[in-house]
Design a protein around this ligand. Structure first.
Ligand code: NAP
Length: 294
Protein backbone atom coordinates (compact mmCIF):
# COMPACT_ATOMS: atom_id res chain seq x y z
CA UNK A 1 0.00 0.00 0.00
CA UNK A 2 1.34 3.43 -0.92
CA UNK A 3 0.92 5.91 1.90
CA UNK A 4 1.58 9.65 1.58
CA UNK A 5 2.40 11.52 4.78
CA UNK A 6 2.46 15.32 4.95
CA UNK A 7 4.67 17.30 7.35
CA UNK A 8 7.71 15.04 6.81
CA UNK A 9 9.96 16.76 9.36
CA UNK A 10 7.48 16.66 12.25
CA UNK A 11 7.68 14.21 15.13
CA UNK A 12 4.72 12.07 14.07
CA UNK A 13 5.84 11.89 10.43
CA UNK A 14 9.35 10.88 11.48
CA UNK A 15 7.89 8.27 13.82
CA UNK A 16 5.78 6.92 10.94
CA UNK A 17 8.91 6.61 8.82
CA UNK A 18 10.74 4.84 11.65
CA UNK A 19 7.93 2.41 12.46
CA UNK A 20 7.11 1.72 8.78
CA UNK A 21 10.11 -0.64 8.87
CA UNK A 22 7.82 -3.00 10.78
CA UNK A 23 5.26 -2.87 7.95
CA UNK A 24 6.97 -4.12 4.77
CA UNK A 25 3.68 -4.12 2.87
CA UNK A 26 3.48 -0.33 3.24
CA UNK A 27 5.44 2.01 0.96
CA UNK A 28 5.62 5.30 2.81
CA UNK A 29 6.30 8.60 1.07
CA UNK A 30 6.78 11.50 3.51
CA UNK A 31 6.79 14.98 2.00
CA UNK A 32 7.45 18.21 3.86
CA UNK A 33 8.35 21.79 3.22
CA UNK A 34 9.54 23.31 1.00
CA UNK A 35 7.97 20.82 -1.45
CA UNK A 36 4.54 20.24 0.04
CA UNK A 37 3.74 23.59 1.68
CA UNK A 38 0.27 23.87 3.17
CA UNK A 39 0.50 27.65 3.15
CA UNK A 40 0.33 27.42 -0.65
CA UNK A 41 -3.12 26.55 -2.02
CA UNK A 42 -2.87 23.63 -4.45
CA UNK A 43 0.42 22.31 -3.08
CA UNK A 44 -1.15 19.27 -1.40
CA UNK A 45 -3.15 18.41 -4.50
CA UNK A 46 -0.05 18.70 -6.69
CA UNK A 47 1.87 16.13 -4.60
CA UNK A 48 -1.09 13.82 -4.07
CA UNK A 49 -1.79 13.74 -7.82
CA UNK A 50 1.89 13.16 -8.51
CA UNK A 51 2.18 10.17 -6.15
CA UNK A 52 -1.36 8.79 -6.35
CA UNK A 53 -1.19 7.16 -2.90
CA UNK A 54 -3.79 4.73 -1.59
CA UNK A 55 -4.00 6.59 1.73
CA UNK A 56 -3.04 10.09 2.89
CA UNK A 57 -2.12 10.91 6.49
CA UNK A 58 -2.09 14.64 7.20
CA UNK A 59 0.28 15.23 10.12
CA UNK A 60 1.32 18.73 9.00
CA UNK A 61 -0.05 21.51 11.16
CA UNK A 62 0.75 24.72 12.95
CA UNK A 63 1.40 23.13 16.37
CA UNK A 64 2.71 26.28 18.06
CA UNK A 65 -0.12 26.56 20.59
CA UNK A 66 1.00 29.87 22.10
CA UNK A 67 2.14 31.33 18.79
CA UNK A 68 -1.26 30.61 17.24
CA UNK A 69 -2.79 33.24 19.54
CA UNK A 70 -0.67 35.84 17.70
CA UNK A 71 -0.84 34.47 14.16
CA UNK A 72 -4.40 33.19 14.07
CA UNK A 73 -4.74 33.67 10.32
CA UNK A 74 -1.74 31.47 9.56
CA UNK A 75 -2.95 28.85 12.08
CA UNK A 76 -6.38 28.88 10.41
CA UNK A 77 -4.81 28.55 6.97
CA UNK A 78 -2.69 25.53 7.97
CA UNK A 79 -4.91 23.77 10.49
CA UNK A 80 -8.30 24.39 8.92
CA UNK A 81 -8.28 25.43 5.24
CA UNK A 82 -5.28 23.32 4.23
CA UNK A 83 -6.56 20.27 6.13
CA UNK A 84 -9.71 20.53 4.00
CA UNK A 85 -7.60 20.85 0.86
CA UNK A 86 -5.57 17.73 1.72
CA UNK A 87 -8.81 15.81 2.29
CA UNK A 88 -10.29 17.14 -0.97
CA UNK A 89 -7.16 16.15 -2.90
CA UNK A 90 -7.39 12.63 -1.46
CA UNK A 91 -11.01 12.57 -2.64
CA UNK A 92 -9.89 13.57 -6.15
CA UNK A 93 -7.80 10.40 -6.37
CA UNK A 94 -10.55 8.47 -4.57
CA UNK A 95 -8.65 7.52 -1.41
CA UNK A 96 -9.17 7.95 2.32
CA UNK A 97 -7.47 10.57 4.47
CA UNK A 98 -6.47 10.36 8.12
CA UNK A 99 -6.48 13.76 9.79
CA UNK A 100 -4.74 14.30 13.13
CA UNK A 101 -6.55 16.43 15.65
CA UNK A 102 -6.23 17.33 19.28
CA UNK A 103 -7.60 17.17 22.83
CA UNK A 104 -7.50 20.99 22.71
CA UNK A 105 -10.83 20.97 20.84
CA UNK A 106 -12.30 20.43 24.33
CA UNK A 107 -12.54 22.83 27.26
CA UNK A 108 -11.46 20.04 29.59
CA UNK A 109 -13.59 21.04 32.53
CA UNK A 110 -14.86 17.54 33.41
CA UNK A 111 -12.76 15.09 35.39
CA UNK A 112 -13.80 12.00 33.43
CA UNK A 113 -11.88 10.83 30.33
CA UNK A 114 -13.37 12.57 27.28
CA UNK A 115 -15.33 10.49 24.74
CA UNK A 116 -15.68 11.37 21.05
CA UNK A 117 -19.31 12.36 21.57
CA UNK A 118 -18.48 15.02 24.18
CA UNK A 119 -19.28 18.59 23.15
CA UNK A 120 -16.31 20.50 21.76
CA UNK A 121 -15.40 23.94 23.13
CA UNK A 122 -11.84 24.99 22.36
CA UNK A 123 -10.24 27.47 24.77
CA UNK A 124 -7.51 28.72 22.44
CA UNK A 125 -6.83 29.61 18.80
CA UNK A 126 -4.96 26.38 18.11
CA UNK A 127 -7.94 24.33 19.32
CA UNK A 128 -10.39 26.46 17.33
CA UNK A 129 -8.41 26.09 14.11
CA UNK A 130 -7.95 22.34 14.60
CA UNK A 131 -11.70 21.97 15.20
CA UNK A 132 -12.36 23.93 12.01
CA UNK A 133 -9.92 21.53 10.31
CA UNK A 134 -11.99 18.54 11.45
CA UNK A 135 -15.10 20.15 9.98
CA UNK A 136 -13.33 20.96 6.71
CA UNK A 137 -12.09 17.36 6.39
CA UNK A 138 -15.56 15.91 7.01
CA UNK A 139 -17.02 18.24 4.39
CA UNK A 140 -14.31 17.56 1.78
CA UNK A 141 -13.98 13.78 1.92
CA UNK A 142 -16.53 11.35 3.36
CA UNK A 143 -13.78 8.74 3.37
CA UNK A 144 -11.85 10.11 6.34
CA UNK A 145 -10.74 9.13 9.80
CA UNK A 146 -10.17 11.89 12.33
CA UNK A 147 -7.84 10.91 15.13
CA UNK A 148 -7.65 13.18 18.16
CA UNK A 149 -4.54 12.66 20.20
CA UNK A 150 -2.77 14.58 22.96
CA UNK A 151 0.51 15.58 24.65
CA UNK A 152 2.63 13.98 21.92
CA UNK A 153 6.30 13.27 22.60
CA UNK A 154 9.07 11.42 20.80
CA UNK A 155 12.81 11.45 20.31
CA UNK A 156 12.22 13.97 17.50
CA UNK A 157 11.43 17.66 17.11
CA UNK A 158 10.22 19.81 19.98
CA UNK A 159 8.18 18.25 22.74
CA UNK A 160 7.85 18.30 26.53
CA UNK A 161 9.67 15.03 27.25
CA UNK A 162 12.66 16.09 25.16
CA UNK A 163 12.67 19.55 26.76
CA UNK A 164 12.72 18.02 30.25
CA UNK A 165 15.38 15.52 29.23
CA UNK A 166 17.66 18.24 27.86
CA UNK A 167 16.99 20.67 30.74
CA UNK A 168 18.15 18.04 33.24
CA UNK A 169 21.61 18.15 31.65
CA UNK A 170 22.10 21.70 32.91
CA UNK A 171 19.56 22.45 35.63
CA UNK A 172 19.21 21.12 39.19
CA UNK A 173 15.59 22.21 39.61
CA UNK A 174 12.67 22.60 37.24
CA UNK A 175 9.27 24.11 38.03
CA UNK A 176 6.49 22.18 36.30
CA UNK A 177 2.70 22.60 36.19
CA UNK A 178 0.94 20.02 38.36
CA UNK A 179 -2.73 20.98 37.98
CA UNK A 180 -3.29 20.15 34.31
CA UNK A 181 -3.91 16.51 33.42
CA UNK A 182 -3.87 14.78 30.06
CA UNK A 183 -2.93 11.71 28.06
CA UNK A 184 0.80 11.69 27.28
CA UNK A 185 1.19 9.91 23.95
CA UNK A 186 4.32 8.56 22.32
CA UNK A 187 4.45 9.48 18.63
CA UNK A 188 6.13 6.12 18.03
CA UNK A 189 3.16 4.24 19.55
CA UNK A 190 0.73 6.46 17.65
CA UNK A 191 2.62 5.82 14.41
CA UNK A 192 2.37 2.08 14.90
CA UNK A 193 -1.38 2.33 15.47
CA UNK A 194 -1.80 4.42 12.30
CA UNK A 195 0.22 1.93 10.25
CA UNK A 196 -1.89 -0.90 11.67
CA UNK A 197 -5.01 0.89 10.40
CA UNK A 198 -3.40 1.28 6.96
CA UNK A 199 -2.58 -2.43 6.89
CA UNK A 200 -6.14 -3.30 7.81
CA UNK A 201 -7.62 -1.06 5.14
CA UNK A 202 -5.24 -2.56 2.59
CA UNK A 203 -6.65 -5.94 3.62
CA UNK A 204 -10.11 -4.75 2.59
CA UNK A 205 -11.80 -3.87 5.89
CA UNK A 206 -13.38 -0.45 6.14
CA UNK A 207 -13.48 -0.14 9.94
CA UNK A 208 -13.24 3.46 11.09
CA UNK A 209 -13.86 5.14 7.74
CA UNK A 210 -16.03 8.20 8.23
CA UNK A 211 -15.40 8.12 11.98
CA UNK A 212 -13.75 10.24 14.66
CA UNK A 213 -11.60 8.57 17.32
CA UNK A 214 -9.64 9.45 20.42
CA UNK A 215 -6.27 7.79 20.92
CA UNK A 216 -3.91 8.63 23.75
CA UNK A 217 -1.21 6.77 25.64
CA UNK A 218 -2.42 4.40 28.38
CA UNK A 219 -3.13 6.05 31.74
CA UNK A 220 -3.10 9.75 32.53
CA UNK A 221 -0.70 12.24 34.04
CA UNK A 222 -0.02 15.83 34.97
CA UNK A 223 2.92 17.68 33.38
CA UNK A 224 4.60 17.34 36.80
CA UNK A 225 4.20 13.55 36.83
CA UNK A 226 5.44 13.36 33.26
CA UNK A 227 8.54 15.39 34.13
CA UNK A 228 9.13 13.20 37.21
CA UNK A 229 8.98 10.11 35.03
CA UNK A 230 11.53 11.56 32.60
CA UNK A 231 13.87 12.11 35.56
CA UNK A 232 13.29 8.57 36.89
CA UNK A 233 14.01 7.13 33.44
CA UNK A 234 17.22 9.20 33.25
CA UNK A 235 18.33 7.99 36.68
CA UNK A 236 17.73 4.37 35.63
CA UNK A 237 20.28 5.03 32.88
CA UNK A 238 22.70 6.54 35.43
CA UNK A 239 22.09 10.06 34.11
CA UNK A 240 21.51 12.98 36.45
CA UNK A 241 17.90 13.92 37.20
CA UNK A 242 16.70 17.39 38.14
CA UNK A 243 14.42 18.01 41.12
CA UNK A 244 10.89 18.73 39.86
CA UNK A 245 8.93 21.35 41.77
CA UNK A 246 5.14 21.23 41.29
CA UNK A 247 3.48 24.58 40.58
CA UNK A 248 -0.08 25.63 39.65
CA UNK A 249 -0.60 26.60 36.00
CA UNK A 250 -1.36 30.16 37.09
CA UNK A 251 2.31 30.50 38.07
CA UNK A 252 3.45 29.56 34.56
CA UNK A 253 1.98 32.27 32.39
CA UNK A 254 1.31 31.19 28.83
CA UNK A 255 -0.37 33.06 26.03
CA UNK A 256 -2.86 30.29 25.23
CA UNK A 257 -5.26 29.00 27.86
CA UNK A 258 -5.14 25.21 28.13
CA UNK A 259 -7.71 22.70 29.38
CA UNK A 260 -7.11 21.58 32.96
CA UNK A 261 -8.37 18.04 32.38
CA UNK A 262 -8.14 16.68 28.85
CA UNK A 263 -7.62 12.98 29.37
CA UNK A 264 -8.87 11.15 26.28
CA UNK A 265 -11.14 8.11 26.47
CA UNK A 266 -9.63 5.79 23.85
CA UNK A 267 -12.10 2.93 24.33
CA UNK A 268 -13.89 3.38 20.99
CA UNK A 269 -10.55 2.96 19.22
CA UNK A 270 -9.78 -0.14 21.32
CA UNK A 271 -13.19 -1.61 20.53
CA UNK A 272 -12.99 -1.03 16.77
CA UNK A 273 -9.29 -1.74 16.14
CA UNK A 274 -8.28 -3.94 19.09
CA UNK A 275 -5.38 -1.57 19.80
CA UNK A 276 -4.54 -0.04 23.17
CA UNK A 277 -1.41 2.08 23.42
CA UNK A 278 1.11 1.10 26.12
CA UNK A 279 1.06 2.83 29.48
CA UNK A 280 2.66 6.27 29.15
CA UNK A 281 5.35 5.47 31.76
CA UNK A 282 6.63 2.55 29.70
CA UNK A 283 6.72 4.63 26.51
CA UNK A 284 8.47 7.55 28.23
CA UNK A 285 11.14 5.04 29.29
CA UNK A 286 11.60 3.95 25.69
CA UNK A 287 11.86 7.49 24.36
CA UNK A 288 14.34 8.44 27.09
CA UNK A 289 16.46 5.41 26.13
CA UNK A 290 16.46 6.60 22.51
CA UNK A 291 17.38 10.14 23.59
CA UNK A 292 20.27 8.80 25.68
CA UNK A 293 21.54 6.83 22.69
CA UNK A 294 21.66 9.86 20.35
N1 NAP B 1 2.35 17.68 19.44
C1 NAP B 1 1.28 17.45 20.19
O1 NAP B 1 1.33 17.46 21.43
C2 NAP B 1 -0.04 17.16 19.53
C3 NAP B 1 -1.16 16.95 20.34
C4 NAP B 1 -2.39 16.67 19.73
C5 NAP B 1 -2.48 16.64 18.35
N2 NAP B 1 -1.39 16.87 17.60
C6 NAP B 1 -1.54 16.86 16.15
O2 NAP B 1 -0.78 15.79 15.63
C7 NAP B 1 -0.23 16.14 14.35
C8 NAP B 1 1.25 15.89 14.34
O3 NAP B 1 1.85 16.68 15.35
P1 NAP B 1 3.43 16.66 15.61
O4 NAP B 1 3.59 16.62 17.08
O5 NAP B 1 4.10 15.67 14.76
O6 NAP B 1 3.78 18.13 15.14
P2 NAP B 1 5.15 18.77 14.73
O7 NAP B 1 6.29 17.94 15.20
O8 NAP B 1 5.10 20.20 15.10
O9 NAP B 1 5.11 18.63 13.14
C9 NAP B 1 4.23 19.39 12.39
C10 NAP B 1 4.81 19.51 11.02
O10 NAP B 1 3.97 20.36 10.25
C11 NAP B 1 4.82 21.02 9.36
N3 NAP B 1 4.31 22.26 8.83
C12 NAP B 1 4.17 23.45 9.44
N4 NAP B 1 3.77 24.36 8.57
C13 NAP B 1 3.69 23.74 7.37
C14 NAP B 1 3.35 24.15 6.06
N5 NAP B 1 3.07 25.42 5.77
N6 NAP B 1 3.35 23.23 5.08
C15 NAP B 1 3.69 21.96 5.33
N7 NAP B 1 4.05 21.50 6.53
C16 NAP B 1 4.04 22.40 7.53
C17 NAP B 1 6.09 21.31 10.12
O11 NAP B 1 7.09 21.43 9.15
P3 NAP B 1 8.57 22.01 9.40
O12 NAP B 1 9.31 20.88 10.08
O13 NAP B 1 9.05 22.29 8.04
O14 NAP B 1 8.40 23.20 10.29
C18 NAP B 1 6.22 20.10 10.99
O15 NAP B 1 7.11 19.19 10.44
C19 NAP B 1 -0.66 17.59 14.12
O16 NAP B 1 -1.82 17.60 13.34
C20 NAP B 1 -0.99 18.11 15.50
O17 NAP B 1 -1.94 19.15 15.45
C21 NAP B 1 -0.17 17.12 18.15
Amino acid sequence: MKLLVTGAHGQLARSLVERSRLFPEIELVAIGRPKLDLAVPGSAEEWILKHRPELVINTAADTDVDGAEEHQQLAFRLNAEAAGEVAAAAAVVGVPVIQLSTDYVFAGTATEPIAESAPTRPLNAYGRTKLAGEQAVRAANADHLILRTAWVYSPYGRNFVKTMYDAAEERDELRVVADQRGSPTSALDLAEALLAIARRWKGGTTTGRGETYHLGGGGEASWYELAEEVMSARRRLALRGARIIPIPWKEWPMRAVRPTHSVLDSSKFARDFGIVLPDWRQSVGEVVKQLAAR
